[in-house]
Every structure is written in C-alpha cells, then in structure tokens.
Design a protein around this ligand. Sequence first.
Ligand SMILES: [Zn+2]
Length: 159
Amino acid sequence: MKSVSSRRPYRIGRSKTGLGLFATRLIRRRKFILHYTGRRLPNSIADYIDNKYMFELSKHWTMDGSSRRNVARYINHSCKPNAESDVVRGKIVISAMKNIHPGDEITYSYGANYFKSFIKPKGCRCAACSSKTAVIRSPRRVAKRRKATKRRRRTKSRR
Ligand SMILES: [Zn+2]
C-alpha cells in the first residue's frame, strides 16, 4: 500500500466543517507543502464561472482549482492559519508559516475578498472563530443543556 502518496506530508481527512487537509508528518516553518493547481483562465472568463475554487493569480489570470486532482482545494480557511499561499511565477505555492505537527489541520487565509463574499455571510467556522464564539456562548449553552436534561428526566419519571 506504500505509494508515492506516502511521501507527501499530508492527507485528506474529516474536519469540523467537512473535509480538510491534515499533516501526517512534521512540516517545518517556511517549508513548501504543495501547489494549488488547475487550469488558468483569463479573468474576463473566470468572472462568469461561479465556483468557490477560483484563485486569482494576477490582474489578468485566475486559476480554477475545482478539479479533484487539486488536493490543495481541501485546505480550509482559517483566520489564524498555519500556512500561506503565494503566487510564484504563475504557480500557487502553499507553504508552512509555522511548524505544523502530525495531525494538525493545514489552513491558510483565503483573503479579505473571499472572506467578505463567501465566509462572512454564513459566519466563519474556522477554529479561531469557533473558539471565540464558544467562549461567548458557553453560559447560555450550559443553561440550555441543563434545561434539556431536566426535561428528559421529567418525561422519564412520568412513565
Ligand atoms: Zn475565522
């Protein structure tokens, strides 16, 4: 079962919001992780294609990363990412911003424009944002849970 893929320091796995990319080995800070790949489209055409995997390369070009072969498309957004994306000579390079440990989800920031149009309307569910809301909501959640348990107990005792 050992194949080329075992040399890669990541795997696709389940994350809180669906699928994500996870480190399988230590990836050191500043190390290359993978390319975000796809077909290059002129922006004039890309503007008419509605998919969330469009990655703008420059004023003139966009990469359509919607193909399943583009493993980098599984990387989720985070407001506190551990990786970053750069356009280097027309290629999108994803590299580590800090040491990423085995089992850690690999994330990068999708950028302000993407955030505004796709993430903000639904509310960001990245680890950084959900831990913030968990702290804010926790007292209410605890109260709710208590009520639910009481209700359950009540129905039981009635039987
Ligand atoms: Zn967030």
